[in-house]
Design a binder for this molecule. Structure first.
Ligand code: GLC
Length: 397
């Protein structure tokens, strides 16, 4: 039973901290995920910024140390070999890193650290890396210049087996995890063939313009503009502000239908009409107006037949044939997705509902521990144990 959530979060971050070759990072979970992951590390840095900005900076610096020549930041860094771990070792064509990326939360994390310690030297140190990374996404991931960022593999979304990717993967809404993994590994083999060259891989094999990835991009570009401004680089600041606006406009144009944003795929930008928690991510980026948010919240978030379960917010709507309460990204509640929804609701002044989500997230941890994900109907803890980004509950404030 959790007594004091804040000290438990601090303790969790402490036990999962690792040092290798002069770099420091936090692993997502000792038994299951003993490496470094991109968006996990951004979440870890946000949590650490509350009580240890120096560790938060170290976490970011180790991520940036493996940036590729073209600007991409890998989604995984294998700092050490762990033979006993069940996590599959995929052949990415590089020795110690993967060659795909993950949702670009780095500018957000760096800005949050700056808000805590007001150290401009860290902004200065990291800015060239940020510039290179976000420019890579803007250029390489948008080959048609439509202002929507593409992913070339479902794992780049951070939601590996989400039903949003069934259609582009050629899978039915109901299938086994083995079938899903087989299809995704097949895609990695194709990615290897196209040498992970994003425009080429996307055009030929898998090209999803995903709602959360783009919403996260918008929120991060706005903060990147603030970082540039802080560094007195007005030109970059207005460039990144404009890019954020362009993506917001394109999201409305290509993704929005009847009040819901859907991810799109392929050259034709076809909508993937599956309701997942992704429909709430435009709140995080402040792309909707208040009236639109009100409708979305009452029709979907607070609807017991859609997302308002006993332990909200399920990652897939109950009304979807793909919904599976214990199916990884096909139903369970995750703390990071709750955190995004919480922040989005606060952006629009829906503080009471946000508070309910905070309390429910905390009660999940109190009931089942810092587990990777939870059954949204029973609260049962599932997946990895001592999962670090559970600490995000202390950033819901
Ligand atoms: C799983 C999650 C992904 C996360 C990784 C490490 O693959 O789907 O989002 O980054 O584990 O925690």
């Amino acid at each position: 039973m959790i007594k004091n959530i804040k000290s438990d979060c601090r303790n969790l971050l402490r036990i999962n901290k690792r040092k290798t070759n002069g770099f420091q990072y936090t692993i997502p979970s000792p038994d299951t995920y003993p490496y470094q992951w991109l968006w996990d590390s951004c979440f870890h840095a946000i949590i650490l910024s509350h009580f240890n900005p120096a560790d938060a900076k170290a976490e970011i610096l180790s991520l940036l140390s493996k940036q590729l020549q073209n600007g991409m930041i890998p989604h995984m860094i294998y700092w050490k070999n762990h033979k006993k771990v069940s996590f599959p070792r995929i052949e990415w064509g590089k020795e110690d890193i993967s060659t795909i990326t993950q949702p670009p939360m780095i500018a957000y994390a760096i800005w949050r650290i700056f808000q805590k310690d007001k150290d401009p030297s860290f902004l200065k140190l990291t800015y060239p890396h940020l510039y290179h990374f976000y420019r890579y996404l803007l250029n390489e991931r948008d080959p048609h210049g439509k202002h929507l960022i593409g992913i070339m593999n479902p794992d780049e979304s951070g939601e590996d087996n989400s039903p949003r990717f069934d259609l582009p993967l050629g899978l039915k809404p109901v299938h086994t995890l083995q079938q899903n993994i087989k299809r995704r590994l097949g895609l990695v083999a194709q990615n290897i063939d196209c040498k992970f060259d994003a425009p080429f891989c996307m055009r030929n094999f898998f090209w999803v313009k995903d709602v959360p990835f783009n919403a996260i991009m918008v929120a991060n570009l706005k903060l990147l503009a603030k970082i540039a401004e802080q560094l007195k680089n007005e030109e970059d600041a207005s460039y990144f502000t404009k890019q954020a606006e362009d993506i917001s406009i394109a999201m409305r144009e290509f993704m929005l239908e009847d009040g819901i944003f859907y991810s799109t795929y392929g050259k034709g930008y076809k909508k993937i009409k599956v309701k997942t928690w992704a429909i709430f991510t435009p709140l995080f980026a402040e792309i909707l107006n208040r009236e639109e948010v009100k409708k979305l919240v009452s029709a979907y978030l607070l609807n017991k037949d859609e997302f308002w379960t006993k332990f909200p917010v399920p990652t897939t709507a109950l009304s979807e044939p793909a919904f599976k309460p214990e199916g990884f990204w096909r139903g369970p509640t995750w703390i990071a997705t709750n955190w995004f929804i919480y922040k989005g609701l606060v952006n629009y002044g829906f503080t009471e509902i946000a508070e309910e989500i905070r309390k429910s997230s905390e009660s999940l941890i109190a009931k089942s521990g810092f587990r990777e994900y939870f059954n949204p109907q029973t609260g049962k803890g599932l997946g990895a144990k001592d999962f670090t980004w559970g600490g995000l509950v202390m950033d819901m404030n």
